[in-house]
Design a protein around this ligand. Sequence first.
Ligand SMILES: [Zn+2]
Length: 206
Amino acid sequence: MAEGKVPERKPDGWDGPREGYPKAQKHYADPENWKYPVHTPFHARAARRYFDQPENRTKYTEEEQAYIDWRIDQALRRYGVVEGRSLEDRVNPFDKDLEEMTLRDLLVFFLGEDRLKRALAIEEVTVDRSDGVLEGRVKEYPVRIDVADKRIAHTCPDWERRSSGGLFCKHVGAIFLKLSEEKAGLILRQLIPDREKWIFQLGESH
Ligand SMILES: [Zn+2]
């Protein structure tokens, strides 16, 4: 259920989407005026900041303010913001939105540049299963990634050191490189903001 009331057209509203902004009104917390876009975590946080400024809020009636607040908060919750600060903010060293991060950016996040290079150089990678559970082998090392269960199981000395910090070894990186860019990106974008819930375990399965 929507809260408040959809704002009416305002004198300083926009007539349509500005260049580079979404073309559908549903992406705006104030849809009639094409203001407060919330289509990415970055924009939702910016919307919250701007709308918290009194000079912006007071352009709207209380009912309209309630609607915009509700729309912004809804977006922030959807993006996993916790206590006003997103998990993604905390773990993401890039000043970029997750959606704007390329697969390379995502892999650098988990691997670092050097390990990514080593992962790219590995040729012996097989993926045996890639439904909800990914199972594969990198050289002699098995890797199992269970997306629904939020679990990656693997064993190697580097994984032993890095996995507790939520980081990958080159073998786990190599498995992601073997997947389609779309699939790998999808999993990694889910993983970053949700990283605390994932279990990076030693061993081949659970
Ligand atoms: Zn490894």
